[in-house]
Design a protein around this ligand. Structure first.
Ligand code: UDP
Ligand code: MG
Length: 141
């Protein structure tokens, strides 16, 4: 089922502002099925590791600091064409460029505090899901 599973996080800013329910509603209404989910918090070391692909970029330190600043909601989502459809639902990385009606347009504060993470490939979705969830925390029909 290539492309049918993605990984997301609702980032600390959106959790703090109580947007979790509204964002999950959009996720469900767009046809995604939640296969795993938890409210948790990354340490600085964990956030640095999660985002290691961005190490050395100008925004890396700020991103790691922000992503470890409070709780996040991590989830594994399933839907046909999940990776691409989820990125369409959340919108562009910079909310200024995000289309109307997308999660980031509605709930992001800035390019760093952009409400949600979405995996960008099957390989990364697997890596990111494995980062947060054991097999006992995943529920399939
Ligand atoms: N980011 C940032 N400044 C930038 C680009 C990215 O702060 O100029 C942050 C932003 O929170 C983004 C994350 O780094 O979600 C990962 O960047 P990526 O390019 O992978 O964007 P995404 O896949 O999240 O849209
Ligand atoms: Mg990315």
């Amino acid at each position: 089922m290539a492309g049918n599973v993605t990984f997301t996080m609702i980032k600390p800013g959106a959790v703090k502002k109580n947007y979790v329910g509204a964002i999950l509603k959009m996720i469900n209404e767009a046809g995604f099925v939640i296969r795993a989910m938890k409210l948790t918090r990354m340490s600085g070391t964990q956030a640095a590791s999660f985002y290691e692909v961005h190490q050395g970029k100008p925004f890396y330190d700020e991103l790691v600091k922000f992503m470890s600043s409070g709780p996040i909601v991590a989830a594994i989502l399933e839907k046909e064409n999940a990776i691409a459809d989820y990125r369409e639902l959340i919108g562009a990385t910079n909310p200024d460029n995000a289309a109307e009606g997308t999660v980031r347009k509605m709930f992001a504060c800035s390019v760093t505090q952009n409400a949600v993470h979405g995996a960008d490939s099957d390989e990364n979705a697997k890596r990111e899901a494995d980062f947060f969830f054991s097999t006992f925390e995943r529920f399939y029909d």
